[in-house]
Design a protein around this ligand. Structure first.
Ligand code: PT1
Length: 287
């Protein structure tokens, strides 16, 4: 395990220690940082590269680029719009920085174009269920993060329902792993994500985090994204710009309960919290 790596295009990520993924939203409407990286409807290249470089300097080993907001209530975007936002961003960052780029998309066209543009991982909140996505992802040979969502972003928070949220999420993810394997994706190329806030009540989200070890039993690396989400706002009664400390608590817990990658807005703070947690769990500093 100690020297095991996951190959992400031309870069490797150590599986033996936790990794921080920085969020770069190239959307006009994301819940906590929408519109910041766009200018007159197009990509603000200079601002994007500066934000990306800051995140890498602060300890992010992956950057997640998304052109479709999937927060609760968000509208769908056209494929052309997504391509126009995401592909230039992938090209720019992959040519300038030493970091793994993951692309947050559900579209086959975006998956194919992003791989060509230099991304190293596919992050799909719809777990490759869209038409053509499974085949497109398999053709890239890149690692894929499969996330659980109940419903669709626009309506998913209306009335989420589960028999047992952890078992239901686990069964869904296992089923998607089987589909991926049938499509020719190696099991070792897969990551799993319970999808915090995606068709889940506060109680569902708390259960998923507390019982994360049950998902770790599936034997695949876990990615967790709770940064600034409403589950933190609901517990603390705080608006999105005051959720950092709560977010850090969930990051620390996620690592302690077996997560590999933490997807966050606040890279510097999360990097330190995660590195400290990891040192304690391993009773040593990572070399
Ligand atoms: C996530 C994730 C993601 N989250 C992965 N990709 C978002 N793999 C986008 C809220 O409750 O967790 N894992 N891509 C952002 N989505 C949300 C969902 C944002 C819920 C906010 C909330 O506030």
């Amino acid at each position: 395990m100690a020297n095991e790596m996951m190959q992400c295009g031309n870069r490797g990520l150590a599986l033996s220690r936790p990794q921080v993924m920085g969020i770069l939203n190239v959307t006009p409407d994301s819940f906590s940082d929408g519109g910041q990286l766009l200018k007159n409807g197009g990509l603000d290249r200079q601002n994007l590269l500066q934000r990306a470089a800051e995140m890498v300097a602060a300890g992010a080993s992956l950057l997640d680029i998304g052109g479709e907001s999937t927060r609760p209530g968000a509208q769908q975007v056209s494929i052309q719009q997504e391509l126009d936002r995401v592909i230039p961003a992938v090209e720019l960052i992959s040519s300038e920085l030493d970091v793994v780029i993951s692309v947050d998309t559900s579209s086959a066209e975006v998956i194919t174009a992003a791989a060509k543009a230099g991304c190293g991982m596919i992050n799909d909140v719809r777990a490759l269920t869209r038409e053509g996505a499974l085949k497109a992802a398999a053709a890239t040979k890149l690692p894929v993060c499969l996330m659980h969502m109940q419903g669709q972003p626009k309506t998913m928070q209306a009335a989420p329902e589960y028999v047992d949220v952890v078992k239901d999420v686990s069964s869904f993810l296992q089923e998607r792993v089987r589909h991926c394997q049938s499509a020719g994706i190696d099991r070792a190329q897969l990551l799993l994500d319970p999808g915090f806030g995606f068709g889940k009540t506060l109680e569902h989200n708390l259960q998923l985090l507390n019982r994360l070890p049950q998902l770790a039993e599936l034997g695949l690396p876990l990615l967790v994204g709770t940064s600034r989400k409403s589950m933190i706002g609901q517990v603390l009664t705080k608006p999105v710009e005051e959720r950092l400390f709560g977010s850090l608590a969930t990051a620390v817990l996620a690592i302690a309960k077996g997560a590999w990658i933490i997807r966050v807005h606040d890279v510097a703070a999360t990097h330190d919290a995660v590195a400290m947690t990891s040192a304690v769990l391993n009773e040593s500093v990572h070399s």
